[in-house]
Design a protein around this ligand. Sequence first.
Ligand code: ATP
Ligand code: MG
Length: 329
Amino acid sequence: MSTIFSGVQPSGEMTIGNYIGAMRRFVTYQDTHNCLFCVVNQHAITVPQKPDELKQSARKLAALYMAIGIDPKKATIFIQSEVRAHAALAWIMTCLSSMGELERMTQYKDKSQQHGKNETIPAGLFVYPPLMAADILLYQTTHVPVGDDQKQHLELTRDLAARFNARYGETFSIPEPLIAKSGARIMSLQTPTKKMSKSDPNNAATIFLLEDLAKTKKKIMRAQTDSDGIVRFDIENKPGISNLMTLRAALTNETMDTMTAAYDGKGYGDFKKDLAEIITETLAPLQEEHKKLMDDPIVDTVLNEGAEKAHALAEQTLKKVEGKMGLSR
Ligand code: ATP
Ligand code: MG
């Protein structure tokens, strides 16, 4: 059976981009694949985090995995830092990488540019991709469901796996990305040419999964659009309304043409009001389930068992790797 691995960083509040591009798709694989879903808190510390908030966010994200329908009896849910093999294999993947290929990563370029001219750039941002490669390769993963922004990191993961296999003998499965046909890159509500991100300092740009839905509605009503007022999908010239249409299509399966026809003669206001309603209907039950789980000790039981299962699997790969490299007696 093929194996699925994916992770989300507890680097802030989860967004509707994370949900549509990655998380909600996880649920569809749990009946047919070996699945591991990880709270990648070691990725989150590639930029500074407040310890108490990081701890809270990790638990919150684990509860969210469960609230969206991941069944811990079918899939393994765990926290990255609780399985030591991730950091150990990450070092090996770092040594296998070259400066040049890490410098070409657009996430590194984007995130390091967000640091001011006189600020230092954390080295963790630079070696993020080898850690991600380690996460994936430890479990002999065959498929990785991620948003479109992670495609380049996955290419690097494949290169590193193939490089190791060529140098030391067949060891790793080469993982394939699973990227959604639509909704794989939800854009910022305020700068629709930029990806929606949970670490965006502009709160109005992002729909958070667990936020007060009255706030969500306000953000949608204020989302940046253009002045021609026609609901039509055109990413180049109308990125704002096109992004809202993408969001809606991801939640209702409507086609762009159906939406254009339905709003013929109406303005963006009507479209936005209806979109807010659709999002509310999606998020309200999820929020309710999440609230219940946050008070339930089951989350800790699931994380304990998850870490144990993941540890057993990861150690097998790590031992093999270390043996082949001469990191053993
Ligand atoms: P950060 O700003 O801290 O990097 P993020 O919002 O990019 O946070 P990640 O934890 O880095 O979230 O990514 C988790 C998953 O969500 C990944 O699979 C990623 O590809 C996907 N994802 C992130 N942002 C979007 C988006 N705007 N649209 C679709 N998928 C997304
Ligand atoms: Mg990200």
